[in-house]
Design a protein around this ligand. Structure first.
Ligand SMILES: [Ca+2]
Ligand SMILES: [Ca+2]
Ligand SMILES: [Ca+2]
Length: 150
C-alpha cells in the first residue's frame, strides 16, 4: 500500500522538482509532453516562445552534454548514463521531500513535543484517520463510505 503511494508520488512528481538545467538530449525524467513543459525546457531566452532555432540550439547543447567523451556520438552507455544521473537526482530529491514530510508528520503526532510518540498519541491519529474514512459512522470502512482519502 505504502509502496503504491510512493510509486504514484514518483509518477506524478511535479515538474518543478527538475531544474531547467537538467534537461538533456532525452525526454525529461518526470515531465510530460505538455506545451507548458516544452516551453519551460526550451524557451531559453524566456520570451514565452520557442523558435525552431531556439529549440535546435538547446537540443544540440543537450546532445553535446550527453556525449560525455565528446567523440561526436552518443553511445548507449552515455545515453543511459545521462538519464540515470538525472533520475538519481530526482529520486534523491523525492526521497528528501518524503523524509522531510515524515518529520513534519511525527511533529504533529507527537502532540506534547516530547520527541517520543506514545501509544496514546499514535492512537489519536488512528482514531481520526478511521473516523475520516468511515463517513457513515458504522464502524466499518467499506464501499458504503464516500471518503476517497483522509
Ligand atoms: Ca560519445
Ligand atoms: Ca510525545
Ligand atoms: Ca462505514
Amino acid at each position: 500500500m505504502k509502496l503504491h503511494i510512493l510509486a504514484l508520488a514518483l509518477l506524478t512528481a511535479t515538474p518543478t522538482m527538475a531544474a531547467p538545467t537538467m534537461a538533456s538530449a532525452q525526454e525529461p525524467v518526470a515531465r510530460g509532453h505538455s506545451k507548458t513543459e516544452f516551453l519551460k525546457t526550451y524557451d531559453t531566452n524566456l520570451d514565452g516562445k520557442v523558435s525552431k532555432a531556439e529549440y535546435d540550439a538547446k537540443r544540440s547543447q543537450d546532445y553535446g552534454r550527453t556525449d560525455a567523451d565528446k567523440d561526436g556520438a552518443v553511445t548507449e552507455a552515455e545515453y543511459v548514463g545521462e538519464y540515470a544521473a538525472r533520475l538519481d537526482a530526482e529520486l534523491a530529491a523525492t526521497r528528501k521531500r518524503s523524509l522531510d514530510q515524515a518529520k513534519v508528520r511525527f511533529g504533529v503526532i507527537d502532540a506534547d513535543k516530547s520527541g517520543r510518540m506514545t501509544p496514546a498519541e499514535y492512537g489519536v491519529v488512528a482514531t481520526k484517520t478511521f473516523a475520516s474514512l468511515d463517513t457513515n459512522g458504522d464502524g466499518v470502512v467499506d464501499d458504503a463510505d464516500t471518503a476517497k482519502s483522509h
